[in-house]
Design a protein. Structure first.
Length: 283
């Protein structure tokens, strides 16, 4: 009844349909109380999101349209992701599910880590969710103002060890409280997004490819040489490359990783995963 009364009191006039513009989505993710809402408030310069010392304040994935130097995108604040065995309230379960879906729908995931507490198991799990979704991963080591300079190298080493499965992830230090480094992270996220959405010309790819294969040919497969014919980029977001070979099953993961690293270095793919598919050459 209340809803009917509201609709009657505030009639909505239909507007002409407009062509929908899909903006890039930057999702801010992390453990509860890592400083995600404070981070976004520092970015937009407003107290847009509630910030308290109580973990789990944010329950919904909230979009905020933002414009930085003429580049428009959506910032998405998400609920803190924790181990499911510790989640008891139905509302918490829903909040976590929505946060995980926000990662899948995002282009860039900014993983905010409370550096004063070190790198936790859930930080690694969240990084894994981002990698599985094939999204840009930018790690924001937050609360820099609470970390002694002597401890920073230890945290960097800990990050290398616990997140070794995403060596391509970009990382930066910041403090949402003092706002130091926050806007720089946004600039880097924009640069990472452009890498994520970029396409390399086939001619440039194959010039690169010929030199790489000559310098470091693939190992033998069952005593037979693996022939690499050509490479093309099949899609963007994430950059996906298709490699034509005579024995796709003989492409060892270490050689795939070598090619991915060379692609990243040669064409400036920053903070983005690269997918490499090997297919048999067709006649």
């Amino acid at each position: 009844d209340l809803l009917d009364a509201l609709i009657e009191a505030f009639p909505v006039k239909p507007e002409p349909a407009k062509e929908e513009v899909v903006l890039p989505r930057f999702a801010v993710v992390g453990r509860p109380n890592a400083g995600k809402s404070s981070f976004i408030n520092a970015l937009i310069g407003k107290e847009r999101f509630m910030v308290t010392d109580i973990a789990g304040t944010t329950r919904d994935a909230i979009d905020t349209k933002f414009d930085r130097f003429g580049f428009e995108f959506n910032l998405v604040d998400t609920a803190g992701i924790r181990r499911r065995v510790r989640v008891h309230e139905p509302s918490d379960r829903i909040a976590m599910t929505m946060a995980e879906r926000a990662i899948e729908r995002a282009d860039v995931a900014v993983l905010v880590i409370d550096a004063s507490e070190g790198i936790g198991e859930m930080d690694a799990r969240i990084a894994g969710l981002v990698a599985d979704a094939g999204r840009v991963l930018l790690i924001a080591l937050n609360k820099r103002d609470l970390v002694p300079a002597a401890r920073m190298k230890e945290i960097e080493s800990e990050l290398d060890r616990k997140l070794q499965f995403v060596p391509w992830a970009h990382r930066m230090w910041c403090s949402a409280h003092t706002q130091k480094g926050v806007l720089k992270i946004l600039d880097e996220a924009t640069r990472c997004y452009r890498s994520f959405a970029s396409r390399v010309k086939t001619s440039a790819l194959n010039r690169f490819f010929a030199g790489i294969v000559e310098k470091h040919p693939p190992p033998l497969f069952q005593g037979k040489p693996i022939r690499l014919y050509y490479i093309t980029q099949a899609q963007t977001k994430p950059p996906t490359f298709v490699l034509s070979v005579n024995y796709p099953e003989g492409m060892h993961f270490s050689y795939r990783r070598y090619l991915q690293n060379q692609l990243r270095e040669s064409f400036g793919f920053v903070g983005t995963p690269i997918r490499l598919l090997a297919r048999a050459k067709t006649k």
